[in-house]
Design a protein around this ligand. Structure first.
Ligand SMILES: Nc1ncnc2c1ncn2[C@@H]1O[C@H](COP(=O)(O)OP(=O)(O)OP(=O)(O)O)[C@@H](O)[C@H]1O
Ligand code: SF4
Ligand SMILES: [Mg+2]
Length: 323
């Protein structure tokens, strides 16, 4: 069976005074239908740029190169504009951390969702409105008929995030890209929103790419996880294995930096490098407690280790050779 999405050697770059700077490098991964995949990494690691590329939303002069194959047959990076418009919103939808950036302050939330229905489905007027109200009910907003007639500023932060989710799911997309959808919310609301995403995935069979810098969020809902550092994928595997037995020193360090009962959090020393100043070799080497000679000279490739787990680290390569 074809993957829903197959990304091969994706590179995202921006021009600078000294030439093109790559912010995402050699990224390859696949997403299967109705799978929930987490994308995690520190700020600046390239998570949002990856998410935006999938909808071809990198603003010029930035550029995305490589291949993003949709349902095994369509290349998103060279898709004609007309087809791209029908793909966005209807087949691939996106939600962000701050619903204010994506909701129109001058339209009622019901009208905005209905507009999305009209744009992508053959429904008009009252039928589109009814669908919007039904969707508001499905995201468990109280009195959806009344709420549909309100403007974004008349809703709470949690309600606005549910409206965003209703808008994203109303056309039953095959893929949802959720970029830090719960970061602005308190912990109780976070748990509710994640449960809602999972529930809607079950109903609509929508695959979800969940972008977060928070392993707690990823662990709560994802089957699979991808860890990014300095624009590259450094580890991927099932969420259970990756969180319980990480194989890349960066993933290990990220997990050790989290507050956990009975352990003192160990912050990762130093800062992630700016894209224009990424060190040669393994970009993590200046911060890695296991770094050895080779790490500053060559870039490690992702290596297939037991089961589904892959990591890009010379330490693992060395161990594998000595087995
Ligand atoms: N328009 C732009 N021009 C140049 N560089 C950019 C541009 N937009 C983003 N970048 C750089 O690309 C890198 C990756 O950014 P991205 O937004 O993908 O990070 P992120 O992993 O989503 O971080 P965060 O967790 O803070 O959201 C960053 O170093 C950022 O400074
Ligand atoms: S390749 Fe070297 S520097 Fe990079 S994570 Fe592995 S041991 Fe650390
Ligand atoms: Mg981001």
């Amino acid at each position: 069976m074809d993957s829903l999405l197959k990304v091969s050697d994706l590179r995202v770059s921006f021009p600078s005074r000294t030439g093109w700077v790559e912010v995402v490098s050699n990224l390859s991964f696949q997403i299967q239908p109705s799978e929930i995949v987490g994308l995690v990494g520190e700020s600046g690691s390239g998570k949002s740029m990856t998410g935006l590329s999938l909808m071809r939303l990198i603003a010029p002069p930035g550029r995305a190169q490589g291949s993003i194959l949709w349902k095994g047959s369509e290349e998103i990076l060279t898709m004609p504009p007309r087809r791209l418009r029908s793909l966005r919103g209807a087949e691939i939808a996106m939600i962000f951390q701050d619903p204010f950036t994506s909701l129109n302050p001058l339209m009622t939330v019901g009208a905005q969702i209905a507009e999305n229905v009209q744009l992508h489905q053959n429904l008009k007027g009252k039928a589109a409105w009814n669908q919007a109200v039904e969707m508001l009910e499905r995201v468990h907003l109280p009195s959806p008929e009344t709420l549909a007639k309100r403007y974004p500023h008349q809703l709470s932060g949690g309600q606005r995030q549910r409206v965003m989710i209703a808008m994203a799911f109303v056309c039953q997309p095959a893929l949802l890209i959720a970029d830090e959808p719960t970061t602005a919310l308190d912990v109780t609301l976070q748990v509710q929103i994640l449960a809602l995403l999972k529930e809607l995935r079950d109903q609509f069979k929508t695959a979800i790419l969940l972008i977060s810098h928070d392993f707690g969020v990823i662990g709560a809902v994802c089957q699979r996880v991808m860890v990014m550092y300095a624009g590259r994928l450094v580890e991927t595997g099932s969420a259970r294995d990756t969180l319980s037995a990480p194989l890349h020193p960066y993933t290990q360090a990220l997990l050790e930096s989290l507050p956990t009962p009975g352990a003192i959090p160990q912050p990762i020393p130093g800062q992630p490098p700016e894209p224009s100043r990424r060190p040669d070799g393994c970009a993590f080497h200046p911060r890695c407690r296991f770094a050895f000679d080779r790490c500053s000279q060559n870039t490690p490739a992702l290596l297939q280790l037991g089961g589904e787990q892959q990591a890009a680290c010379f330490l693992r390569e060395r161990e594998q050779k000595h087995l």
